[in-house]
Design a protein around this ligand. Sequence first.
Ligand code: PLP
Length: 368
Amino acid sequence: MDKKQTINFGAGPAKLPQSVLLQAQKELIDYNGIGISVLEMSHRSSDFSKIINNTENLLRELLDIPDNYKVMFLQGGGSGQFSAVPLNLIGLKEDRCADYIVTGTWSAKAAKEAEKYGKVNIIHPKLDAYTKIPDSSVWSLNPSASYVYYCCNETVHGVEFNFVPDAKGAILVSDMSSNFLSRPVDVSKFGLIFAGAQKNVGCAGVTVVIVREDLLGKALKECPVVLDYQVQAGNNSLYNTPPCFSIYIMGLVLEWIKNNGGTEAMERLNKQKSGIIYDIINSSNGFYSCPVDPECRSRMNVPFRVGKKEGDEALEKKFLDGASKLGMISLKGHRSVGGIRASLYNAVTVEDAEVLAAYMKEFLKEHH
Ligand code: PLP
């Protein structure tokens, strides 16, 4: 195989659509003929108002967000929301407790952070390895919990919910950082959804928070003002300087998603791309193996080992070196799990997945 171009399979910050980069490049120095860059623009200017309103409107349209939900564009990343969620919502009920469905690193971190502000109930027995979603029959939801929290796609382990958990009437909160806008979502089932932009919808620096209006105004008194949803929503995310350029880039990505068929089209393509890679893993007679239960294998992040079930590290290094020579980068698994991880976010094309698949087949033939 010859190297044709660089293909970024990174888990985030991740690949952006080429057309978005080209437009940002074109507009970098002189945005829309006004003589300055978005990087230099006041967040209180009418030009920036148009940018942030456009980004919000596109998001509302793409996800069909009901009118009784506020949309915010905040700083602090997904990790900032691990604190903001309990600071704003754990006091919704007197007991100050919350249920956390822990299925991987990111939900575990969120649960640990929430413990600073109230009682956290991990709603199923501790998992030895993050390779499955325990059956909901073993979930012990606490009826006095202020909310039920889960991470929709565990980026490190490649564990994805393909259903919306039944919170039994409690407020449902989801971290959708690594599968946001990769498929349609019924926002009305959630009290709150948040997502860092740097995987599926833009670049690092901005985190989207979608929250039902009646949940605002219940923050603990120790909640920092910049994390207080009522303050941020009441100021249209302009209580303090927002990540202006990241919001602008998100607007371009949302436009691109809209022009490419919206969330339904993203879902179809994401299934196709991940299917191409999982098919090779499944038909490799154990040369490639994915530890994740087939029921919850992620369409976004495909982790796999090479050579044997627990991974042949020398062979995996060879696999990564060979991929890199062909222009396929950032395929190394997260340092906590090792192996390989192919991230196939919205901007990764079917052709990109096919290039990886062809390489996997060739590598298998040479080494099996
Ligand atoms: N949640 C998920 C699912 C993630 O994948 C990540 C980062 O990769 C985070 C949260 C943390 O995001 P940040 O690095 O923006 O704080």
